[in-house]
Design a protein around this ligand. Structure first.
Ligand code: GAP
Length: 504
């Protein structure tokens, strides 16, 4: 693990420098909350999606796939509750015009020798407690108060009492009196469909892929391949007008989700199935290079559950900016299907011919929802993989990406570039490997430097064609990015080796 303070900056810089991720619309100064994936980033992201689809859909018998539209009939969002409830608490600073999410703005009264002398406020952050304490000491100094400073107990702004709003300083100005009470702000992006621009033409960019699954549930049941318990999986873009996008791709306004709705009988033990999904997802993360030792669980308290949820557990990851949600696993009961049945008038009932009790055979299924954020996985994978170390007296940056996820699976190098037979042999090997995998060819520069360039972008295997290849054994040198071990191997052995390491 890399616990450097600059880790986040290092990752963001590497992403920019090597073409993983760019701020969107950068030539126009960027666009807050939007990011573009460059040539290496798109490979990494696609490999994550491919691994997920393979493991969740192809390698299981009980999950089928779907690709629904991004814009659904607007009644979808009325029925799902998003039009009325998909809100975040918004606070405005009247003076600076800054906007904050109330649950990310923390405040505390400052009490000296038993007397309340004012308030401090900080934005949610790994070291917000220290920052608040520093601000409190500063306030005490400025007001020349003597005596003991009581412990600073932070609460978020949604917990502020109405008479406290005017006393809490704005994080932008440091002065009290300009923050508004929190109000509900709907996060769905609106658009218009068709030529008219009136109320009747309003539509929404989906804020989750899940509803596309619920509104296709009946189609999938009717086409007959599935029997409860079964899941429907979908990967796709989701859009949220986040009040405060931050931490690079962690919280953005356009992102990607990989979601499964796993339909179960209302009589099934949902808590057990929910728990099984939690363990399954933790193991999946571990298997793609996000170690379990850096994951933890957070169970949402009942009063903070989303409007659709009976219980939600988040899988949390140790990001450089603190432990934060990587994935949510919710038990949604039969909320969504019941809502769509009521609003559409179409039956969402399932006929369970395997249910022994005849009276219980018709029901609306319940659902467990593992919801993965692709971009948060990209960031977790990069965080877990990034390392700086010294090799042979030289600093190297290395991304220890799992071979399944690495943008390039291998790099082929002719030892020198001015020996035509060597170059030809290396190019032939490169073309052979490229038929199966994304492989890089590099003939320029000292071999050590070529290795370093590949280490930095996570290429797990370096293959060098040298004079011995031509003149002695026909073998190539295979260098392992992580162990730095080098072995001599024939081309056929190499293909078998890579196949096992990359494709599993
Ligand atoms: N269908 C349920 C649902 O959407 P959620 O907890 O709001 O639940 C699920 O989102 C996952 O989507 C999160 O765990 C996270 O990985 C990802 N996610 C949510 N908002 C995001 C954002 N603004 N930027 C990036 N990823 C986000």
């Amino acid at each position: 693990m890399n616990d450097k303070e600059t880790l986040m900056d290092d990752i963001v810089n590497l992403c920019k420098r090597r073409g993983f991720i760019f701020p969107s619309s950068e030539i126009y100064g960027g666009y807050n909350g939007f990011f573009d994936y460059g040539p290496l980033g798109v490979e990494l992201k696609n490999n994550i999606k491919k691994a997920w689809w393979q493991d969740m859909v192809h390698r299981r018998d009980d999950i089928v796939g779907l690709d629904s539209t991004i814009i659904h009939h607007p009644m979808t969002w009325k029925a799902s509750g998003h039009v009325d409830n998909f809100t975040d608490p918004l606070v405005d600073c009247r003076e600076s015009k800054m906007r904050y999410r109330a649950d990310q703005l923390f405040f505390a009264p400052v009490v000296v020798a038993g007397e309340k002398i004012g308030y401090v406020s900080v934005l949610e952050d790994g070291d917000m407690q220290e920052k608040a304490e520093e601000a409190a000491r500063d306030l005490k100094r400025r007001l020349a108060k003597q005596g003991e400073l009581a412990p600073i107990v932070l609460k978020d702004y949604t917990e502020a009492k109405p008479d406290e709003y005017a006393l809490i300083p704005s994080p932008a100005t440091g002065k009290p009196g300009s923050l508004t009470p929190p109000r509900a702000f709907n996060m769905m992006f609106q658009t218009y469909v068709g030529a008219l621009r009136d109320e009747t033409a309003i539509a929404y960019l989906r804020p989750e892929t899940a509803q596309g699954i619920f509104i296709n549930y009946k189609n999938i049941i009717d086409t007959g391949r599935v029997k409860i318990p079964f899941g429907i999986a979908q990967i796709g873009k989701a859009f949220r007008n986040e009040i405060n996008p931050r931490n690079f791709i962690f919280r953005s306004r356009e992102f990607e989700q990989m979601e499964i709705e796993y339909f179960i009988s209302p009589k099934a033990d949902w808590k057990k199935i929910h728990q099984e999904w939690i363990e399954y997802c933790m193991n999946w993360f571990d298997g793609i290079g996000i170690p379990k030792s850096r994951l933890s669980l957070y169970q949402h308290p009942k009063e903070k559950l989303a409007h659709y949820s009976k219980g939600t557990t988040d899988i949390m990851f140790e990001y450089p900016f603190g432990v934060q949600e990587l994935q949510g696993i919710a038990a949604r009961g039969n909320f969504d299907l019941t809502q769509h049945q009521t609003v559409s008038g179409k039956s969402m009932e399932y006929f369970d011919d395997r249910e022994p009790n005849k009276d219980d055979r018709k029901y609306i299924p319940h659902v467990i929802e593992p919801s993965f954020g692709v971009d948060r996985i990209v960031l977790a994978v990069l965080t877990a993989a990034y390392a700086e170390e010294e090799v042979e007296g030289e600093k190297r940056v290395v991304l220890r990406l799992h071979p399944r996820l690495a943008p390039y699976k291998a790099a082929v190098f002719p030892l020198v570039k001015n020996k035509p037979e060597l170059v030809e042999r290396a190019e032939n090997l490169y073309r052979r490997l490229k038929r199966r995998w994304n492989v890089f060819y590099d003939a320029a520069g000292a071999i050590g430097r070529r290795y370093r360039r590949q280490d930095e972008i996570g290429t797990p295997f370096g293959i060098t064609v040298d004079f011995d290849t031509l003149e002695k054994d026909g073998k190539v040198t295979l260098r392992d990015r992580d162990s730095l071990q080098q072995i001599r191997i024939t081309e056929d052995e190499l293909v078998a080796y890579l196949s096992e390491k990359i494709d599993g």
